[in-house]
Design a protein around this ligand. Structure first.
Ligand code: F6R
Length: 243
């Protein structure tokens, strides 16, 4: 694993954006695996800036997002489809037909199976961008007895519901289930970039990336991937120093 320590969120965002931009420049019709949440927003802002400057072309890029809340339609402002449209897709020249987010309104079993077929038909993921949950989740692969391989419907843990409630009017509105890409598709990505920021992530950064590989800490599996770059700010890396 490669650790890129940055001064702050802004530098973290720029460094992660460099890795994504390099992928798009080298392979204009690449498949990007994308995440939502607070961590990648600055990365998306930077990519938009570079697109506006004329340095990036998304016209042939395909994307596949990690997850979506069950029950939310794409026009619901809390949905991850809405997040992706407003934070990236609406601002660059990507063809929305080439963007994929699980359909939160569709039947769980059928939608999860369909999503795996979509990923397969795309030929896999060139670069997967990830955030890191406080309990070590990646996508919505929550701590479990085994690493879930395929896209599946997951019951969100209380820690995830609490963390995500900041984006809802009240905690009761946070959906209790989500559809998420499985660990197999994430691990099959050629390159993985994780963005982490803030002291509140420092403990899980240490546990996930220097502790034992266990499905109780889903992100720990990334230690087994041949090409992972963790891009984090000083605060998130603070407990790694001296290791
Ligand atoms: C969202 C996702 C989640 C987040 C994680 C961290 O698509 O995949 O795993 O990356 O919950 O969220 P933030 O960045 O908001 O701390």
């Amino acid at each position: 694993m490669k650790f890129v320590e940055c001064r702050d969120y802004e530098e973290m965002s720029r460094r992660a954006a460099h890795l994504i931009a390099a992928c798009v420049l080298m392979d204009p019709d690449c498949v990007l695996g994308l995440a939502t949440g607070s961590s990648p927003i600055g990365t998306y802002d930077t990519l938009i800036e570079w697109y506006e400057r004329g340095d990036l072309d998304f016209s042939k890029v395909k994307t596949v997002n990690l997850d979506e809340y069950q029950g939310l339609s794409g026009d619901n402002p809390q949905s991850y489809r809405y997040f992706m449209n407003t934070h990236l897709f609406d601002h660059v020249n990507i063809d929305k037909n080439n963007t994929n987010v699980p359909d939160g309104r569709a039947d769980a079993q059928a939608e999860c199976a369909r999503y795996d077929r979509v990923i397969e038909a795309l030929g896999g993921i060139n670069l997967q961008l990830l955030g890191l949950g406080h309990n070590g989740h990646i996508g919505f692969n929550e701590p479990a007895e085994v690493f879930p391989k395929d896209t599946h419907c997951v019951a969100l843990t209380q820690s995830t519901i609490d963390a995500n409630s900041r984006l809802f009017d009240n905690i009761d509105e946070v959906p209790r289930f989500a559809y998420t890409m499985g660990i197999r598709s994430i691990m099959a990505a050629k390159k993985i970039v994780v963005v982490v920021s803030g002291e509140d992530k420092s403990e899980i950064v240490r546990t996930a990336f220097t502790g034992p590989v266990t499905p109780q800490v889903p992100a720990s599996i990334l230690q087994m991937h041949p090409d992972v770059t963790i891009v984090g700010d000083r605060a998130a890396f603070s407990l790694l120093r001296g290791n």
